[in-house]
Design a protein around this ligand. Sequence first.
Ligand code: FAD
Length: 398
Amino acid sequence: MGMRRLMDLQYDEEIVDRVRQLTPRFAERAAEVDGDPRFPVENFRELSDAGLNAVCIPKEWNGAGANSLTYNLILLELGRVCPSTAMSWNMHSTCASLFFKLADEAQKERILPEITEGGKYFSSVTAERGMSFQHLVTLKTTFTPVEGGFRLNGEKISATVGKHADFYFTSGFLAGKKTAAEAIMTAVIPKESEGATVKEVWDTMGMRGTASDNIIFEDTFVPRENVLGGEDFIAALGKIDITMFHLGFSAAYLGLAEGIYSHLVDYVKNTRYDPNPEPLSHDGQYQSAVGALSSELRAARNLLYEACSVKDSGDGMANQNTVKAVMQSKYISCEICAKVAQHAMRLVGGRSILRRYPFERFYREGIVGVVMPPSNSRCIEVAGKIECGLKGMILQYG
Ligand SMILES: Cc1cc2nc3c(=O)[nH]c(=O)nc-3n(C[C@H](O)[C@H](O)[C@H](O)COP(=O)(O)OP(=O)(O)OC[C@H]3O[C@@H](n4cnc5c(N)ncnc54)[C@H](O)[C@@H]3O)c2cc1C
């Protein structure tokens, strides 16, 4: 038995450094993005200008060609300073990558340059009132066949990037069909399409700057050439790995957790209570808390790295190893994020709820990750199924 490699971790340092040049400015804007709230348009523009609008698209198609680890290291950096930017950018980037995987050559040649060179953005437009990503996927939005394409009707919710997007990456059922397995379709809808409007309703406790508004389609014409995945979308979807969304949430929330933790450590090193001449960092209670949180953060980071490695060493499809690794990573990152946010509040004490400190914002942002789909309860159910030798699926189509 010779030596074997345990993990093959490679990332593009130059790309991650490009992001690190931008994040100090994103940090300065974060309170305003949350407080207004407003979509971080400047951050998106700066990411585009830095050549990161199509970060995971292969270089031969003019993308940056980032692998999973590079991509998630970027999200860690963004999550540390501005979770709304991290989340929105994950939704856009994942839609761009899904588009790349599902589109035929003609669709790629027609639409991809608008993203790679034109700096345009996707919004992920799937969720609807009354549907859940934890149970059987059901949609009320319909594609009705007409000459040359379809008419789209329905109201979508939580469409991150919202009115700032140029393309809606949208799913619905073929009219008359009842189950996702026989009916689901996905298409790219240019935002200026007739009958497509944005209803600005996003008013939340965390992720306030994501502009995840409702998108309404009223008899919107969708040309056949904008439908993705051919006749059998489920079959096309079954051949690709959709876990980029979910691992991205893991990285964004772990980044946020690390950001909160850094502020907490600075705070305990620089805060003193009378009559003690030493700062809080000299107190055993604070030392233990920092020791415990840093250990958990380190474990979560390693789990994220391992999930990136499992994902990239797979066959490009979401096999069960990838699904399990991603679900476990998303679960742990979001649990630790909620924990760091809550502990920071308790450790800082009463002043943590004052708006002049960042901890109340961190608390609101930090506890939201556990409900981000797949919610943490779904993550452990799927991981548990796989551990028990059953098939674990992130989305259930019937
Ligand atoms: C910050 C943020 C950004 C988002 N961005 C987007 C986006 O860009 N695009 C997008 O498409 N979506 C997005 N979403 C997802 C969307 O908002 C909802 O999370 C999604 O529609 C699922 O709804 P839910 O979270 O309310 O319910 P779920 O968490 O799915 O369900 C709530 C509870 O009801 C139970 N339940 C649900 N259905 C059943 C059933 N049939 N039987 C028994 N129990 C059931 C569940 O088990 C769970 O306990 C975003 C969400 C967040 C938080």
